[in-house]
Design a protein around this ligand. Structure first.
Ligand code: CMP
Length: 135
């Protein structure tokens, strides 16, 4: 079992609803370690780069508007198989379809407001940590 780092964004809708502690608590209770943490706002250019693979989708403008609409929390988590573990904890992309017990299944109801973003591969985790923390 490999120890990995992964990258998470707690999105503006979660910060607005004061769910930072609830969401970080779920990761910590699972056994993942918070290695880095920052409260910030994502600039439009950075958001467009981060979500560039969605730029042809009809929901792209709405997605950029949502992620830049207020403060976010940037998180680096570390632990065994952290990338897959976090994806399991957050649930399906569409909160309407996400299983109860998952972050999106319990705390969200409609896209694009699914509370968290998480890296989906080791390459994405490395690139996203570099993009948002600068190393
Ligand atoms: P995230 O994991 O941050 O990655 C891309 C984001 O696009 C996703 O979470 C949602 O916030 C958003 N998204 C994905 N599919 C749709 C959709 N069909 N309609 C609106 N937003 C979407």
């Amino acid at each position: 079992m490999a120890v990995e780092q992964t990258f998470v964004i707690i999105k503006p809708e979660a910060v607005e609803r004061k769910l930072i502690g609830e969401i970080l608590g779920r990761f910590e209770r699972k056994g993942l370690e918070v290695k880095r943490l920052a409260v910030t706002e994502i600039q439009k250019e950075t958001a467009e780069e981060h979500y560039a693979h969605h730029q042809d989708k009809s929901f792209f403008p709405q997605l950029i508007e949502a992620i830049t609409s207020g403060p976010v929390v940037l998180v680096v988590l570390e632990g065994d198989n952290a990338i897959e573990q976090v994806r399991t904890l957050i649930g399906a992309t569409d909160p309407a379809a996400a299983a109860p017990g998952t972050i999106r299944g319990d705390l969200a109801i409609r896209l694009p407001y699914n509370m968290v973003h998480a890296a989906d591969s080791p390459a994405a985790a490395e690139a996203e940590i570099k993009r948002f923390f600068g190393d």
